[in-house]
Design a protein around this ligand. Structure first.
Ligand code: PEP
Ligand code: MG
Length: 887
């Protein structure tokens, strides 16, 4: 039989490798054993392995028969080490019982302290400690915690009784309660428990212990634990360990204390001890906020202008010992530690250590500093920073100390925070922004014709739409904070008002959105600017050294290209040319083109667009200075460009000289029931080749112009969207090649360029071998590929996907993190077939997944040459690509 109960502290062996394996003994148990084995002062105890939890749950609450004797034996180790007896009325051993899974799940299960106390042992404790008040305080704490955690009674009942007791005595703090006061309260607590339970509060220490062990095991399967695991990607089949440990007391008078400490500052990363402590208290007092904790160090206390002494000042000896332990543990675990400690009558005890949670800023600073200190190497530093956390650093963020009046919460669609006046349409957004006002554009959902308003706005809020809805994709591309799918928001266009729950807001009222957590907040909240200096640059440099895949950006404006290059982009992976068609001075030519009856009419309109497109491409090629630029020819369904209201039809009739009736008729002819699967992508190029011809001409003319003026020859990669068959690509490639030849001949310049396609349809993935005969590169358009493989509309999925994720149907939103099992197979298969038919085919990804670390790891595994992400995601992609290569 393998060991499932492991002792630690005292003369325990600590030689069993399983004991230091977190999957067996949990994080807390493994680290307690580790600390004890390196000679640190850890109260003796034992850990019951996670296997026992799983077995207990599997077998409907039955313990293994031998477990009882194993635990009795382990308990004897604890008794021997401290020289006290469990349940001994003269000198009782008290224990704490705490859960501890392999991955910490804070809040899943509380702790039970002082277990072993009853009406008899409390007297023994009073006698040996010589402190009656301490003994009865410990007993009332035990009843309170056990009733809550193990017996499931409402803790409010006990808190209320304590409050009343204090009020009756005219006390403010718990510390003012005397032994007699606690005694009376214990009697009261017991009668509350008895009343609620219908039986007396358990007096037998053995029964108390087994009750607590059961409670810890059961806590693994509670609803809140399951939800927590789902949200944090923690598997359900790990189970929790139980740690039973001899109590040490921080509440034994003024030479005793308890506290929580970090070896470095978890919010700034500064190499300075950071923590809180309380004199004459037990652990939960620090966390529960019953008393305001004091600063650990003198420097902190002085900086905060606090007058209550720091531990450094009040208990210099114990503090000195603690500081020595900090350094030892940091060197041992080579990471910042989060430590719980207790001082009992001047002696320091360690109750827990673990790698501490930290902000993005702190994570960066610590990683870089620790390399400098020789504690870790560059590779470890790279892997230690969560790429997604970088997001916090790249955008202005809300001041965490500022108060927030949260109206509702939607999806965190694009990070960063923005405050501004509510505007309900794109034109108003532009108008108000032009007069210098900060505006937040609020729409039911956005469409391409809102681009100018989105650009003008500091932030975007939509009532509908998921993480890859138009608003979300465009906002991320522009670096605009966005909250999408805030379903409680309803908009009245007539009244120009907004209702959120029972709150009504008018256009012009100020709101703040937090794209980092989806909050919509009333009024303005102060923000703090991002800081990209120093440590950020250093870590990025290391990441670049260790990654294999190139990182490009999805960008179509000069400003975005510049920003992306600042963030380290090595080219453009996707330039969506349709976004350029929505500019106020172009849209009427675009509409004229769409509504024309025949090719001649379309060409006349395209002639007007050509110089504009060329200008765009010149700016892009100049900014990208010789880096490869993938430019995608027109993709969206044409009706997206159609005029909408009466005014737009009237304006168009005026500029084109065509009657409103005719324009309306033509517009209704173009209407599609399912435009995402309709006349879009290369189907436009096949039916209206003159559109692609104009775009190809604009690309090559711009490239030749920039080659002549700048000396750095652009590398255009012309990309054909939504291809399903080889023949489509064959026809369109011939068109692009012909235009290129014509332009090169006319300008006397010849440039290297590529023609390739997006893989966005299952058929394209399946037929990749054949398609590769015509394609010099593939770029995986995983937004559409996800939509078409799952048969889930990317614009409407927000309404039900959250529930799908909650119910575990999808581990994560497949539009955010690639469905590796399903869609991933198509990517792998297309990559393999593409390479087989064209050995040097270039492979990249330009769907939103190109900025998601888990999807990036998949791209590395599949051997893609590059990933492409929106400008603000470029640093995330660089770091994630390095981590993927290193792991
Ligand atoms: C895609 O489909 O993944 C893609 C990048 O194209 P778009 O989002 O423009 O459809
Ligand atoms: Mg697409």
């Amino acid at each position: 039989m393998i060991d499932t109960v492991f002792t630690f502290g005292g003369d325990a062996p600590h030689s069993n490798a399983r004991q230091k394996d977190k999957t067996v003994t949990g994080g807390k148990g493994a680290n307690l054993a580790e600390m004890a084995s390196i000679g640190l002062p850890v109260p003796p105890g034992f850990t019951i392995a996670t296997e026992e939890c799983l077995k207990y749950l599997r077998e409907g609450g039955d313990f293994r028969t031998d477990l009882v004797s194993d635990i009795e034996e382990a308990l004897r180790h604890v008794e021997r080490t401290v020289g006290k007896g469990f349940g001994d009325a003269n000198d009782p051993l008290l224990v704490s019982v705490r859960s501890g899974a392999a991955i910490s799940m804070p809040g899943m299960m509380d702790t039970v302290l002082n277990l072993g106390l009853n009406d008899e042992t409390v007297k023994g404790l009073a006698k040996v400690s010589g402190d009656e008040r301490f003994a009865w305080d410990s007993y009332r704490r035990f009843i309170q915690m056990y009733a809550d955690v193990v017996l499931g009674l409402d803790h409010g009942l006990f808190e209320e009784a304590l409050e009343i007791a204090k009020e009756d005595n005219g006390f403010y703090a718990d510390t003012e309660m005397s032994a007699e006061d606690w005694k009376r309260l214990v009697a009261e607590f017991k009668s509350i428990a008895e009343q609620e339970l219908g039986e007396p509060f358990p007096q037998d220490p053995q029964a108390q212990l087994w009750g607590a062990i059961r409670a810890v095991f059961d806590s693994w399967d509670t609803e809140r634990a399951k939800v927590y695991r789902r949200l944090n990607d923690i598997p359900h089949d790990m189970g929790t360990a139980v740690n039973v440990q001899a109590m040490v007391f921080g509440n034994m008078g003024d030479t005793s204390a308890t506290g929580v400490a970090f070896t470095r500052d978890p919010s700034t990363g500064e190499k300075a001890y950071y923590g809180e402590w309380l004199v004459n208290a037990q652990g939960e007092d620090v966390v529960a906020g019953i008393r305001t904790p004091q600063y650990l160090t003198k420097a902190r206390r002085e900086a905060a202008g606090a007058d209550k002494p720091s531990m450094e000042e009040a208990m210099p000896d114990a503090y000195g010992e603690l500081a020595r332990v900090f350094d030892l543990l940091e060197r041992h675990y080579t990471d910042m530690q989060d430590i719980e400690f207790t001082v009992q009558q001047g002696k320091l005890w360690l109750l827990q250590t673990r790698n501490g949670k930290r902000t993005a800023k702190a994570a960066l600073k610590m990683a870089v500093d620790m390399v400098g200190e020789g504690l870790i190497d560059e590779k470890t530093a790279i892997c230690r920073v969560d790429p997604m956390a970088l997001d916090q650093l790249l955008h202005p963020t809300l001041d965490p100390d500022a108060p927030r009046d949260v109206l509702t919460t939607g999806l965190p669609a694009s990070p960063g925070a923005a405050s501004g006046k509510i505007v309900l349409d794109a034109d108003t957004a532009e108008l108000w922004a032009n007069r210098g006002e900060k505006v937040v554009l609020v729409r039911i959902e956005t469409s391409p014709e809102d681009i100018h308003g989105m650009h003008a706005a500091t932030g975007i809020l939509t009532a509908r739409g998921g993480m890859t809805s138009h608003a979300a994709v465009v906002a991320r591309g522009m670096g605009r904070p966005c909250v999408s799918g805030a379903s409680q928001v309803s908009i009245s266009r007539e009244d120009r008002t907004l209702t959120i729950g029972d709150r009504e807001l008018k256009e012009g009222d100020v709101i703040t959105i937090d794209g980092g957590n989806g909050q919509v907040i009333a009024g303005e909240v102060a923000t703090i600017e991002p800081e990209l200096a120093g440590d950020f640059g250093t870590l990025m440099e290391w990441a670049d050294k260790h990654r294999r895949m190139a990182v490009r950006t999805n960008a179509e404006t000069e400003a975005d290209c510049k920003m992306a290059r600042q963030f380290g982009a090595e080219g453009i992976g996707l330039c969506r040319t349709e976004h350029m068609f929505f500019d106020a001075d172009r849209i009427s030519a675009v509409r004229q083109m769409i509504l024309a009856d025949d090719e001649t009419g379309r060409r006349a309109a395209l002639d007007k667009l050509l110089p504009e497109q060329r200008k765009d491409f010149v700016a892009i090629f100049e900014t990208m200075a010789g880096l490869p630029c993938t430019i995608r020819l027109l993709d969206p369904p044409l009706h997206e460009f159609l005029p909408h209201g009466d005014t737009e039809f009237e304006e168009l009739a005026e500029t084109t000289g065509v009657s409103i009736d005719k324009l309306r008729r033509r517009a209704s002819e173009l209407h599609e029931f399912n435009p995402m699967l309709g006349h879009r992508g290369c189907r436009l190029g096949i039916t209206y080749p003159e559109i692609y011809e104009m775009q190809a001409r604009a690309i090559f003319e711009a490239a030749c112009e920039v080659a002549k003026t700048s000396g750095e020859a652009p590398v255009p990669e012309v990309m054909i969207p939504l291809v399903a068959t080889r023949r489509e690509l064959e026809l369109l490639r011939a068109l692009v090649d012909r235009v290129a030849r014509e332009v090169f001949d006319a300008s006397g310049t010849t440039l290297t360029y590529l023609v390739g396609t997006m893989i966005e349809l299952p058929r394209a993935a399946l037929m990749a071998g054949e398609i590769a005969e015509e394609a010099e590169f593939f770029s995986f358009g995983t937004n559409d590929l996800t939509q078409t493989t799952l048969g889930v509309s990317r614009d409407d999925a927000g309404r039900f996907l959250t529930e799908y994720v909650d119910k575990g149907i999808f581990a994560r939103d497949p539009f955010v993190s690639l469905d590796v099992d399903g869609v991933g197979q198509l990517v792998e298969l297309a990559a393999e077939r593409g390479r087989k038919s064209r050995g040097d085919i270039k492979l990249g990804i330009c769907g939103e997944h190109g900025g998601d670390p888990a999807s990036i790891a998949f791209c590395e595994k599949t051997g893609l040459d590059y990933i492409s992400a929106s400008p603000y995601r470029v640093p995330i992609a660089r770091l994630a690509a390095a981590q993927a290569a290193l792991r």
